[in-house]
Write a protein that binds this ligand. Structure first.
Ligand code: DC
Length: 216
């Protein structure tokens, strides 16, 4: 069984997807982690983030692994653990360059599908998991929440070393990302007629998970 959860930044989809996967005993696939991991690599080698052809070559020679181990999910790029690094503001600011390139997305989507291969039951979350990555998913959810609440959640998630940014700036960044994610040409963030939508404003993670479980 494949369950997809799409939605904008801070809609709660990562936390909910992880909790739902745990409840169901399913495999959790964080599709954004792949774009973040490749952004780390591109930044490390000093690649031009607007050079689609160059990045397309680079992504094909990059080994991205998501390993579900004892210390939780680890993200490896060419064998190096970048689990923490992929959440740094520098990566968050730049990942949209990578995510907007159709030719770079193609091999990344193949990796995401491979992560769910082998007949495993999965909960996948991201921006295009129900529309592009798993169009034949058994259940497709779309989570959203008011921008102010989403910014508050994101702010609370920041590591102490990254608290230099204000809540107001966070909210502005988030609105900018929403705009970018939903208006880009390559696999924009979108719901569809076969999606079940839920506004998570004011709901706890447990409440959201319970509501989704009722629809599965
Ligand atoms: O969900 P996140 O913040 O980790 O996503 C990081 C970036 O990757 C963000 O710019 C959206 C993009 N993304 C995407 O384009 N498609 C996905 N399926 C998942 C994430």
């Amino acid at each position: 069984m494949v369950i997809t959860i799409d939605g904008p930044a801070g809609s709660g989809k990562s936390t909910v997807a992880r909790a739902l996967a745990k409840r169901l005993g399913f495999h959790y696939v964080d599709t954004g982690a792949f774009y973040r991991a490749f952004t780390c690599k591109a930044m490390k080698v000093g690649a031009d983030l607007e050079d689609e052809a160059g990045l397309c070559r680079l992504v094909k020679e990059t080994n991205i692994e998501i390993v579900d181990g004892q210390e939780g999910v680890r993200v490896l790029v060419d064998g190096e653990d970048v689990t923490r690094e992929i959440r740094d503001p520098g990566v968050t600011e730049r990942v949209h360059f990578i995510a907007s390139l159709a030719k770079v997305r193609e091999p990344v989507v193949a990796l995401q599908r491979a992560a769910a291969a082998g007949g495993a039951n999965v909960v996948a979350e991201g921006r295009d998991t129900g529309t592009v990555v798993f169009p034949n998913a058994d259940r497709k959810f779309y989570l959203d929440a008011q921008p102010e609440e989403r910014a508050r959640r994101r702010y609370a998630e920041l590591r102490p070393g990254n608290k230099g940014i204000s809540y107001e700036r966070m909210l502005e960044d988030l609105k900018q990302r929403d705009q970018r994610d939903s208006t880009r040409e390559a696999s924009p963030l979108r719901s569809g007629p076969d999606f079940i939508s839920l506004d998570t404003t004011g709901l706890s993670v447990e409440e959201v998970v319970e509501r989704l479980l009722k629809k599965i």
